[in-house]
Design a protein around this ligand. Structure first.
Ligand code: KIV
Ligand code: ZN
Length: 379
């Protein structure tokens, strides 16, 4: 039996924090509605105490969507929680996401506090958030570098205080997949009330390991993943939604599924890239321009014989129209012949050989040969 993994999208909170990515409330509503259509389970809509605009965005998104839970961020501070609770009043399903640093580095250098005081503050924050909503998520910031025994103690205490979800973030993108997976396994083994809550994964991509760490977390028991569209987020970004969704879908044998309609991934990726002024790199997994483009002769020949030779998913599964054969000086005769036939030109072998020689000369100069160039060539 496949198990459901809940998708918590933080494009509009952790993603929107990135310089240059700020959206107006109206733009956020457009993105939130697209995320709802995509099938995400939770939308983190903002951090209401941070500005009147963010407060308003959480209010308006709460009114605009009905299927996903709307989540508001707060620190473990009364005023923050009050603002989050107020902003969520219109949500059909509202969640407060409150938390505090859990690593000694954060406890000492950021809060000038002690483990004991952090524990008390965490419990008080969860109890206060519960006065506004039933669904309270606690984040143990910098859990990636936290002492495991303390992290387990903190997790147990916030679940006792009423947390429905406990987020174990690798805030600084420090963990390695095996290490992060073991951290989640340790929590499952050592926290006596762990099954009363959902354990959530929130990874940053500083070492390029966010997706790998997220999958390691899922394989060790976590059932919620915190992700952003195109992986946008602080510094090197967050785990990208499309990568986790497709990894779980393509590798079915892992035994997980999500509610995401994967055929909406490419259009939503484009929308977010456009609105947030954050272009997607060409070689980005799943949604990059080259994700379904084949350019070397060996790959093109193999792909034309059978797409499965070089593709592990259909482009249509992620909302991309079709795969591309890009004609460059690395392309072989097979790709050239294929493209010419699509344009309506069929040649015998000696003629094709002649065209191919001239094609290579052209490709060396123009780098990429398009249909217009080909027409010029055959003329
Ligand atoms: O990276 C992080 O720890 C966060 C928390 C606020 C959840 O974004
Ligand atoms: Zn984060």
């Amino acid at each position: 039996m496949s198990q459901r993994v809940f998708i918590f999208d933080t494009t509009l909170r952790d993603g929107e924090q990135v310089p240059g990515c700020q959206l107006t409330t109206e733009e956020k509503i457009i993105v939130a509605k697209e995320l709802e259509r995509l099938g995400v389970d939770i939308i983190e809509a903002g951090f209401p105490i941070s500005s009147p605009g963010d407060f308003r965005s959480v209010v308006e998104i709460s009114k605009a969507v009905s299927e996903p839970t709307v989540c508001a961020l707060s620190r473990a501070v009364k005023g923050d929680i009050d603002a989050a609770g107020e902003a969520l009043k219109w949500a059909k399903k509202g969640r407060i996401h409150t938390g505090i640093g859990s690593s000694d580095i954060h406890i000492r250098n950021k809060f000038g506090s002690t483990r004991e005081k952090i524990l008390e503050q965490a419990v008080a924050a969860v109890k206060h958030a519960k006065t506004y909503v039933e669904d309270v998520e606690f984040y143990a910031e910098d859990a990636g570098r936290a002492d495991l025994a303390f992290l387990s103690q903190l997790t147990e205490a916030v679940i006792n205080a009423g947390a429905t979800v406990v987020n174990i973030p690798d805030t600084t993108g420090y963990c390695l997949p095996d290490e992060y997976g073991k951290k989640i396994a340790y929590i499952y083994e050592h926290v006596s009330n762990v099954h009363q809550a959902t354990i959530s994964i929130h990874c940053h991509n500083d070492l390029g390991l966010a997706t790998a760490n997220t999958l390691a977390g899922v394989m060790n028991g976590a059932r919620q993943v915190e992700v952003t569209m195109n992986g946008i987020g602080e510094r090197a970004g967050n785990t990208s939604l499309e990568e986790v969704v497709m990894a779980l879908k393509v590798r079915k044998e892992l035994g997980f599924f999500t509610n995401v309609d994967s055929t909406r991934l490419f259009p939503v990726s484009n929308l977010v890239a456009e609105m947030m002024h954050m272009p997607v790199q060409a070689n980005k997994a799943i949604v990059g321009r080259n994700a379904f483009a084949h350019s070397s002769g060996i790959h093109q020949d193999g792909f034309l014989k059978h797409s499965e030779n070089y593709e592990i998913m259909n482009p249509q599964d992620v909302g991309v129209d079709k795969s591309l054969i890009v004609l460059t000086a690395r392309s072989g005769r097979h790709a050239l012949k294929h493209r010419l036939e699509l344009l309506g030109f069929r040649y015998d072998k000696p003629t094709l050989d002649g065209i191919y020689t001239r094609f290579l000369d052209m490709a060396d100069i123009r780098k990429e040969v398009n249909d217009k160039d080909l027409m010029e060539l055959v003329r």
